[in-house]
Ligand binder design. Structure first.
Ligand SMILES: *Cc1c(COP(=O)(O)O)cnc(C)c1O
Length: 372
Protein backbone atom coordinates (compact mmCIF):
# COMPACT_ATOMS: atom_id res chain seq x y z
CA UNK A 1 0.00 0.00 0.00
CA UNK A 2 1.09 3.59 -0.44
CA UNK A 3 1.85 5.64 2.62
CA UNK A 4 1.08 9.34 2.29
CA UNK A 5 3.69 11.96 3.08
CA UNK A 6 4.07 12.67 6.77
CA UNK A 7 2.02 15.38 8.43
CA UNK A 8 4.29 18.39 9.07
CA UNK A 9 2.19 19.57 12.02
CA UNK A 10 3.06 16.40 13.96
CA UNK A 11 6.74 17.35 13.81
CA UNK A 12 6.01 20.56 15.77
CA UNK A 13 3.82 19.00 18.45
CA UNK A 14 5.24 20.00 21.83
CA UNK A 15 2.30 18.56 23.77
CA UNK A 16 2.82 17.49 27.37
CA UNK A 17 0.76 14.36 26.77
CA UNK A 18 -0.32 12.48 24.84
CA UNK A 19 3.05 13.22 23.32
CA UNK A 20 4.44 13.19 19.82
CA UNK A 21 5.44 9.83 18.31
CA UNK A 22 8.15 9.21 15.68
CA UNK A 23 6.95 9.52 12.12
CA UNK A 24 8.15 6.02 11.16
CA UNK A 25 6.01 4.61 13.96
CA UNK A 26 2.93 6.55 12.81
CA UNK A 27 3.43 5.23 9.28
CA UNK A 28 3.54 1.64 10.52
CA UNK A 29 0.48 2.25 12.69
CA UNK A 30 -1.39 3.57 9.69
CA UNK A 31 -0.57 0.44 7.76
CA UNK A 32 -1.54 -1.78 10.70
CA UNK A 33 -5.00 -0.19 10.90
CA UNK A 34 -5.65 -1.79 7.52
CA UNK A 35 -3.59 -4.94 7.84
CA UNK A 36 -0.81 -6.00 10.18
CA UNK A 37 2.11 -7.26 8.07
CA UNK A 38 2.20 -11.04 8.08
CA UNK A 39 -1.29 -11.32 9.59
CA UNK A 40 -3.49 -9.57 7.05
CA UNK A 41 -6.07 -8.35 9.58
CA UNK A 42 -6.56 -4.88 11.02
CA UNK A 43 -4.78 -4.35 14.33
CA UNK A 44 -8.18 -3.30 15.71
CA UNK A 45 -9.66 -6.73 15.01
CA UNK A 46 -6.96 -9.19 16.04
CA UNK A 47 -7.67 -11.49 18.98
CA UNK A 48 -5.71 -10.92 22.15
CA UNK A 49 -5.64 -14.73 22.43
CA UNK A 50 -3.86 -15.12 19.09
CA UNK A 51 -0.32 -16.47 18.77
CA UNK A 52 0.54 -13.22 17.04
CA UNK A 53 -0.38 -11.16 20.11
CA UNK A 54 1.47 -13.53 22.46
CA UNK A 55 4.54 -12.89 20.31
CA UNK A 56 3.96 -9.11 20.49
CA UNK A 57 3.84 -9.20 24.31
CA UNK A 58 6.90 -11.39 24.49
CA UNK A 59 8.97 -9.26 22.09
CA UNK A 60 7.92 -6.08 23.89
CA UNK A 61 8.94 -7.54 27.26
CA UNK A 62 12.31 -8.51 25.80
CA UNK A 63 12.81 -5.10 24.23
CA UNK A 64 12.10 -3.33 27.52
CA UNK A 65 14.45 -5.67 29.40
CA UNK A 66 17.15 -5.07 26.81
CA UNK A 67 16.73 -1.28 26.73
CA UNK A 68 16.69 -0.97 30.53
CA UNK A 69 19.23 -3.71 31.27
CA UNK A 70 16.89 -5.54 33.64
CA UNK A 71 17.94 -8.77 35.36
CA UNK A 72 15.83 -11.93 34.99
CA UNK A 73 13.97 -11.57 38.31
CA UNK A 74 11.98 -8.59 37.04
CA UNK A 75 8.47 -8.98 35.65
CA UNK A 76 7.27 -6.66 32.90
CA UNK A 77 3.51 -6.02 32.92
CA UNK A 78 1.18 -4.14 30.59
CA UNK A 79 -1.74 -2.85 32.63
CA UNK A 80 -4.68 -0.50 32.21
CA UNK A 81 -5.92 2.40 34.32
CA UNK A 82 -2.98 4.71 33.62
CA UNK A 83 -0.43 5.87 36.14
CA UNK A 84 -3.37 6.97 38.30
CA UNK A 85 -4.40 3.38 38.93
CA UNK A 86 -0.84 2.66 40.11
CA UNK A 87 -1.25 5.39 42.77
CA UNK A 88 -3.79 2.99 44.40
CA UNK A 89 -2.70 -0.44 43.19
CA UNK A 90 0.75 0.00 44.71
CA UNK A 91 -0.32 0.79 48.30
CA UNK A 92 -3.05 -1.87 48.13
CA UNK A 93 -0.31 -4.46 47.66
CA UNK A 94 2.46 -2.97 49.79
CA UNK A 95 0.96 -0.67 52.42
CA UNK A 96 -2.31 -2.22 53.59
CA UNK A 97 -2.02 -3.31 57.24
CA UNK A 98 1.41 -1.70 57.71
CA UNK A 99 2.11 0.19 60.92
CA UNK A 100 5.26 1.76 59.47
CA UNK A 101 4.55 4.64 57.06
CA UNK A 102 5.72 4.55 53.46
CA UNK A 103 8.04 7.43 52.50
CA UNK A 104 6.62 9.70 49.79
CA UNK A 105 8.24 12.72 48.18
CA UNK A 106 5.99 15.62 47.22
CA UNK A 107 7.93 17.33 44.45
CA UNK A 108 5.12 18.55 42.18
CA UNK A 109 1.67 18.05 40.75
CA UNK A 110 1.88 14.33 39.97
CA UNK A 111 3.65 13.14 43.11
CA UNK A 112 0.97 15.13 44.97
CA UNK A 113 -1.74 13.12 43.23
CA UNK A 114 -0.26 9.87 44.53
CA UNK A 115 -0.49 10.97 48.19
CA UNK A 116 -4.23 10.95 48.94
CA UNK A 117 -4.60 7.59 47.19
CA UNK A 118 -1.90 6.04 49.37
CA UNK A 119 -3.36 7.60 52.53
CA UNK A 120 -6.65 5.81 51.87
CA UNK A 121 -4.82 2.52 52.26
CA UNK A 122 -2.21 2.98 54.97
CA UNK A 123 0.18 5.34 56.79
CA UNK A 124 2.21 7.78 54.70
CA UNK A 125 5.04 10.10 55.68
CA UNK A 126 5.81 13.01 53.39
CA UNK A 127 9.57 12.95 53.56
CA UNK A 128 10.01 16.25 51.75
CA UNK A 129 7.64 18.73 50.15
CA UNK A 130 8.42 21.38 47.54
CA UNK A 131 5.18 23.22 48.24
CA UNK A 132 6.86 26.14 50.04
CA UNK A 133 9.18 26.75 47.05
CA UNK A 134 6.21 26.40 44.68
CA UNK A 135 7.75 23.27 43.18
CA UNK A 136 10.66 25.09 41.60
CA UNK A 137 13.32 22.78 42.93
CA UNK A 138 14.02 19.26 44.11
CA UNK A 139 15.58 18.26 47.45
CA UNK A 140 19.31 17.87 48.00
CA UNK A 141 20.55 14.63 49.59
CA UNK A 142 21.09 16.24 52.99
CA UNK A 143 17.41 17.24 53.13
CA UNK A 144 16.29 13.63 52.85
CA UNK A 145 16.21 11.48 55.97
CA UNK A 146 14.92 8.15 54.67
CA UNK A 147 13.20 5.79 57.09
CA UNK A 148 15.04 2.44 57.05
CA UNK A 149 11.83 0.70 58.23
CA UNK A 150 9.57 2.15 55.52
CA UNK A 151 7.68 -0.47 53.48
CA UNK A 152 8.82 1.49 50.43
CA UNK A 153 9.92 4.87 49.09
CA UNK A 154 7.80 6.46 46.34
CA UNK A 155 8.83 9.34 44.11
CA UNK A 156 8.32 10.74 40.61
CA UNK A 157 11.48 10.89 38.49
CA UNK A 158 10.24 13.67 36.21
CA UNK A 159 7.57 16.14 37.31
CA UNK A 160 5.83 16.68 34.00
CA UNK A 161 3.89 19.80 34.99
CA UNK A 162 6.69 21.79 36.62
CA UNK A 163 9.54 20.46 34.48
CA UNK A 164 11.70 19.11 37.32
CA UNK A 165 13.76 15.95 36.94
CA UNK A 166 15.94 13.96 39.31
CA UNK A 167 19.34 13.35 37.76
CA UNK A 168 20.23 10.71 40.37
CA UNK A 169 18.70 7.69 42.09
CA UNK A 170 17.21 8.41 45.54
CA UNK A 171 16.81 6.34 48.67
CA UNK A 172 18.42 3.48 50.52
CA UNK A 173 19.27 0.16 48.98
CA UNK A 174 17.53 -1.71 51.85
CA UNK A 175 14.13 -0.04 51.28
CA UNK A 176 12.21 -0.84 48.06
CA UNK A 177 12.46 2.12 45.70
CA UNK A 178 9.35 2.73 43.64
CA UNK A 179 9.25 5.34 40.95
CA UNK A 180 6.64 6.85 38.65
CA UNK A 181 8.60 7.39 35.42
CA UNK A 182 5.59 8.18 33.27
CA UNK A 183 7.15 11.17 31.56
CA UNK A 184 10.77 10.09 31.19
CA UNK A 185 10.47 6.32 30.70
CA UNK A 186 12.99 4.99 28.14
CA UNK A 187 14.47 8.46 27.67
CA UNK A 188 17.96 7.63 28.99
CA UNK A 189 20.00 4.71 30.33
CA UNK A 190 19.98 4.27 34.11
CA UNK A 191 20.65 2.01 37.03
CA UNK A 192 17.16 0.53 36.78
CA UNK A 193 17.92 -2.62 38.75
CA UNK A 194 18.21 -0.42 41.85
CA UNK A 195 14.43 0.04 41.70
CA UNK A 196 12.04 -2.54 43.14
CA UNK A 197 9.31 -1.21 40.88
CA UNK A 198 8.97 1.33 38.09
CA UNK A 199 5.74 2.30 36.42
CA UNK A 200 5.00 4.48 33.42
CA UNK A 201 1.93 4.94 31.30
CA UNK A 202 2.67 5.04 27.59
CA UNK A 203 1.15 8.32 26.52
CA UNK A 204 3.92 10.77 27.33
CA UNK A 205 7.03 9.20 25.87
CA UNK A 206 6.43 5.74 24.43
CA UNK A 207 3.00 5.34 22.86
CA UNK A 208 -0.71 6.15 23.00
CA UNK A 209 -2.92 6.22 26.10
CA UNK A 210 -4.38 2.91 27.25
CA UNK A 211 -1.41 0.95 28.51
CA UNK A 212 0.84 1.33 31.55
CA UNK A 213 4.14 -0.49 31.80
CA UNK A 214 4.99 -1.86 35.24
CA UNK A 215 8.41 -3.34 35.88
CA UNK A 216 8.82 -5.03 39.25
CA UNK A 217 10.97 -7.46 41.16
CA UNK A 218 9.22 -10.72 42.08
CA UNK A 219 10.21 -10.62 45.75
CA UNK A 220 8.43 -7.29 46.23
CA UNK A 221 5.09 -9.11 46.35
CA UNK A 222 6.03 -11.75 48.91
CA UNK A 223 3.68 -10.33 51.57
CA UNK A 224 0.94 -8.82 49.42
CA UNK A 225 -2.62 -9.48 50.66
CA UNK A 226 -4.54 -12.41 49.17
CA UNK A 227 -7.94 -10.76 49.02
CA UNK A 228 -7.34 -8.09 46.39
CA UNK A 229 -9.56 -7.86 43.31
CA UNK A 230 -7.67 -9.87 40.69
CA UNK A 231 -7.45 -6.89 38.36
CA UNK A 232 -5.62 -4.89 41.06
CA UNK A 233 -3.37 -7.75 42.16
CA UNK A 234 0.09 -7.71 40.54
CA UNK A 235 0.45 -11.44 41.15
CA UNK A 236 -2.73 -12.24 39.23
CA UNK A 237 -1.57 -9.99 36.39
CA UNK A 238 1.83 -11.70 36.34
CA UNK A 239 0.20 -15.16 36.28
CA UNK A 240 -2.00 -14.08 33.36
CA UNK A 241 0.94 -12.60 31.37
CA UNK A 242 -0.88 -9.24 31.18
CA UNK A 243 -3.91 -10.92 29.56
CA UNK A 244 -6.15 -11.19 32.62
CA UNK A 245 -8.90 -9.53 30.61
CA UNK A 246 -8.99 -8.03 27.12
CA UNK A 247 -5.83 -5.93 26.98
CA UNK A 248 -5.40 -2.79 24.84
CA UNK A 249 -3.92 -4.68 21.87
CA UNK A 250 -3.57 -1.55 19.75
CA UNK A 251 -1.75 0.51 22.41
CA UNK A 252 0.58 -2.38 23.27
CA UNK A 253 1.43 -2.85 19.58
CA UNK A 254 2.30 0.84 19.20
CA UNK A 255 4.59 0.63 22.23
CA UNK A 256 6.27 -2.39 20.60
CA UNK A 257 6.88 -0.31 17.45
CA UNK A 258 8.38 2.48 19.59
CA UNK A 259 10.76 0.05 21.31
CA UNK A 260 11.82 -1.35 17.91
CA UNK A 261 12.51 2.22 16.81
CA UNK A 262 14.58 2.83 19.96
CA UNK A 263 16.62 -0.33 19.44
CA UNK A 264 17.01 -0.37 15.67
CA UNK A 265 16.73 3.24 14.43
CA UNK A 266 18.12 5.14 17.41
CA UNK A 267 20.46 2.40 18.63
CA UNK A 268 19.56 2.31 22.33
CA UNK A 269 19.02 4.59 25.29
CA UNK A 270 22.53 6.09 25.43
CA UNK A 271 22.01 7.61 21.98
CA UNK A 272 18.43 8.59 22.87
CA UNK A 273 19.77 10.42 25.91
CA UNK A 274 22.42 12.17 23.81
CA UNK A 275 19.69 13.51 21.53
CA UNK A 276 17.37 14.45 24.40
CA UNK A 277 20.23 16.25 26.15
CA UNK A 278 21.04 18.22 22.99
CA UNK A 279 17.39 19.29 22.55
CA UNK A 280 17.11 20.37 26.19
CA UNK A 281 20.43 22.26 26.09
CA UNK A 282 19.30 24.20 23.01
CA UNK A 283 16.02 25.23 24.60
CA UNK A 284 17.36 26.12 28.05
CA UNK A 285 20.18 27.95 26.30
CA UNK A 286 17.57 30.11 24.57
CA UNK A 287 15.89 30.91 27.89
CA UNK A 288 19.20 31.82 29.50
CA UNK A 289 20.22 34.04 26.57
CA UNK A 290 16.92 35.97 26.56
CA UNK A 291 17.98 38.59 29.16
CA UNK A 292 15.13 37.63 31.45
CA UNK A 293 12.40 37.73 28.80
CA UNK A 294 11.86 33.99 29.11
CA UNK A 295 12.25 32.79 32.70
CA UNK A 296 12.52 29.09 33.46
CA UNK A 297 10.35 27.64 36.23
CA UNK A 298 12.81 25.01 37.47
CA UNK A 299 16.03 25.65 39.39
CA UNK A 300 18.84 25.08 36.84
CA UNK A 301 20.22 21.98 38.62
CA UNK A 302 16.81 20.27 38.51
CA UNK A 303 15.80 21.12 34.94
CA UNK A 304 13.92 18.41 33.11
CA UNK A 305 15.16 17.13 29.76
CA UNK A 306 11.56 16.28 28.85
CA UNK A 307 9.43 19.28 29.84
CA UNK A 308 10.77 22.83 29.57
CA UNK A 309 8.50 25.13 31.58
CA UNK A 310 8.87 28.90 31.37
CA UNK A 311 7.10 32.24 31.63
CA UNK A 312 7.04 35.51 29.73
CA UNK A 313 6.96 38.93 31.41
CA UNK A 314 3.13 39.24 31.37
CA UNK A 315 0.07 37.01 30.93
CA UNK A 316 -0.81 39.08 27.82
CA UNK A 317 2.54 38.25 26.21
CA UNK A 318 2.06 34.59 27.10
CA UNK A 319 -1.35 34.57 25.40
CA UNK A 320 0.11 36.30 22.33
CA UNK A 321 3.00 33.81 22.30
CA UNK A 322 0.61 30.85 22.26
CA UNK A 323 -1.55 32.37 19.52
CA UNK A 324 1.36 33.30 17.27
CA UNK A 325 3.05 29.96 17.86
CA UNK A 326 -0.13 28.20 16.81
CA UNK A 327 -0.30 30.19 13.57
CA UNK A 328 3.31 29.25 12.92
CA UNK A 329 2.44 25.55 13.12
CA UNK A 330 3.46 24.78 16.72
CA UNK A 331 1.04 23.04 19.06
CA UNK A 332 0.80 21.90 22.67
CA UNK A 333 2.85 24.79 24.08
CA UNK A 334 0.40 26.01 26.69
CA UNK A 335 1.44 25.27 30.27
CA UNK A 336 -0.52 22.83 32.43
CA UNK A 337 -3.81 24.32 33.63
CA UNK A 338 -2.56 24.19 37.25
CA UNK A 339 0.36 26.61 36.74
CA UNK A 340 -0.12 28.33 33.37
CA UNK A 341 2.81 29.78 31.44
CA UNK A 342 4.44 27.87 28.60
CA UNK A 343 5.56 24.25 28.51
CA UNK A 344 7.56 22.79 25.66
CA UNK A 345 7.61 19.02 25.98
CA UNK A 346 10.49 17.51 24.06
CA UNK A 347 9.87 13.79 24.37
CA UNK A 348 11.85 11.09 22.53
CA UNK A 349 9.78 11.41 19.35
CA UNK A 350 10.42 15.14 18.92
CA UNK A 351 13.40 16.02 16.76
CA UNK A 352 16.16 18.55 17.32
CA UNK A 353 15.03 20.32 14.13
CA UNK A 354 11.68 21.08 15.81
CA UNK A 355 13.48 22.56 18.80
CA UNK A 356 15.63 24.69 16.45
CA UNK A 357 12.45 26.01 14.85
CA UNK A 358 10.92 26.80 18.22
CA UNK A 359 14.06 28.62 19.34
CA UNK A 360 13.99 30.71 16.13
CA UNK A 361 10.36 31.52 16.77
CA UNK A 362 11.11 32.47 20.40
CA UNK A 363 13.99 34.77 19.38
CA UNK A 364 11.76 36.48 16.80
CA UNK A 365 8.88 36.87 19.24
CA UNK A 366 11.18 38.43 21.83
CA UNK A 367 12.55 40.93 19.33
CA UNK A 368 9.05 41.93 18.21
CA UNK A 369 7.68 42.26 21.77
CA UNK A 370 7.06 45.79 23.08
CA UNK A 371 9.75 47.05 25.45
CA UNK A 372 8.58 46.84 29.08
C1 LIG B 1 0.54 12.36 33.23
C2 LIG B 1 1.12 11.76 34.47
C3 LIG B 1 0.34 10.94 35.33
C4 LIG B 1 -1.12 10.66 35.09
O1 LIG B 1 -1.26 9.54 34.28
P1 LIG B 1 -2.64 8.91 33.78
O2 LIG B 1 -2.20 7.85 32.85
O3 LIG B 1 -3.43 10.00 33.14
O4 LIG B 1 -3.30 8.35 35.00
C5 LIG B 1 0.98 10.39 36.42
N1 LIG B 1 2.28 10.60 36.69
C6 LIG B 1 3.04 11.38 35.89
C7 LIG B 1 4.49 11.59 36.23
C8 LIG B 1 2.48 11.97 34.76
O5 LIG B 1 3.25 12.74 33.96
Amino acid sequence: MTIPASNPLNALNFSGGPGVLPDVVLQQVQEAIQAVPGVGLSILGISHRSDWFAAVVSELEDNIRKLMGLPADYRVLFLQGGATQQFSMLPMSLLAGSTEPADYLHTGYWSGKALPEARKVGPVRVLWSGESCRFRQLPADDELDFNPQAPYLHYVSNETVEGLQFHRVLGRDDVPRICDMSSDFLSAPGDYSRFAMIYAHAQKNIGPAGVTVVVLRDELLANAPDDLPAFLDYRAQIAAHSILNTPPVFAIYVVLLVTRWLLQDIGGLAEMDRRNTAKAARLYGALDASHGFYTGHAAPADRSKMNVVFRLPTPELEAAFITEARSAGFSGLNGHRSIGGIRASIYNGLQLAAVEKLVDFMDGFRRRAPAP
